[in-house]
Ligand binder design. Structure first.
Ligand code: C5P
Ligand code: MG
Length: 223
């Protein structure tokens, strides 16, 4: 891949400050990052938060899979390879997809509160997003041992149809998570911007922890 950064489709306009300020008024957006190893339960808990807190859920992985399958996408083949290998897709692509999805949600639904799931998975993504799009409010982190995640992923693999829910890809995804994504979580934790939950339990118990974590940060349910 010659140079993704030279691709005109990804030439993000140079910005003096982030696209959005934190908040829910015009020109603002609220972003909570949702991180955790593959199979930690991010998607499941995001669905609960959408229902009760009025967030819009944007999964970086889902957006990448959608782009991969979009007829005519010039990034399709590249994304496919990265996903199968459990590697992190170059951030220019992922950040652009997220930014587009945020703008679209604001324009069509007027919703300005986002859970960004499976992102940032690498330090450069974290820094670039907070500098160019919007600083996050905090990060929700699902702490889960590999044995538990592995079991869940193999189970999900029976029906998910995902090219990476198999033994070999799972191993690579775990490696990437530990080496590349954990440093991001550690950074947010050091900055006091991380809510950590024990994700070994069942969905209801985990959700209780999520709720109290959100309340501790002043985020209250809408219903
Ligand atoms: O989050 P999910 O498990 O759906 O992500 C699937 C794959 O998508 C990852 O293993 C990775 O290859 C890619 N991805 C990425 N950058 C992100 C999120 C996902 O490259 N921020
Ligand atoms: Mg997911």
């Amino acid at each position: 891949m010659s140079s993704i950064k030279d691709n005109p489709a990804l030439q993000a306009p140079k910005r003096e400050k982030p696209l959005f300020a934190p908040g829910v008024a015009d020109g603002q957006a609220i972003v909570i990052f949702v991180l955790g190893g593959p199979g930690a339960g991010k998607g499941t808990q995001c669905a609960n938060l959408v229902r009760d807190y009025g967030f819009r859920h944007l999964s970086a992985g889902d957006l990448l899979r959608e782009e991969q399958d979009r007829p005519g996408s010039e990034f399709g083949d590249m994304i496919k390879t990265y996903i199968k290998e459990g590697q992190i897709v170059p951030m220019e692509v992922t950040i652009q997809l997220l930014e587009n999805a945020m703008k679209d949600t604001i324009d069509t639904k007027g919703v300005r509160k986002f859970l960004i799931d499976g992102f940032p998975r690498k330090m450069d993504q974290a820094l670039a997003f907070e500098e160019k799009v919007v600083p996050s409010k905090f990060t929700l982190f699902f702490d889960c041992p590999e044995e538990t995640m592995r079991e869940r992923l193999l189970n999900r693999g029976k029906t998910s149809g995902r090219a990476d829910d198999n033994e070999e890809s799972i191993k690579k995804r775990f490696r990437t998570f530990v080496d590349t994504s954990m440093p991001v979580v550690d950074m947010f934790e050091k900055e006091g911007r991380c809510v950590k939950v024990d994700a070994r339990k069942g969905p209801e118990e985990v959700y209780e922890q999520v709720r109290s974590g959100f309340e501790s940060k002043g985020v209250m349910p809408e219903k």
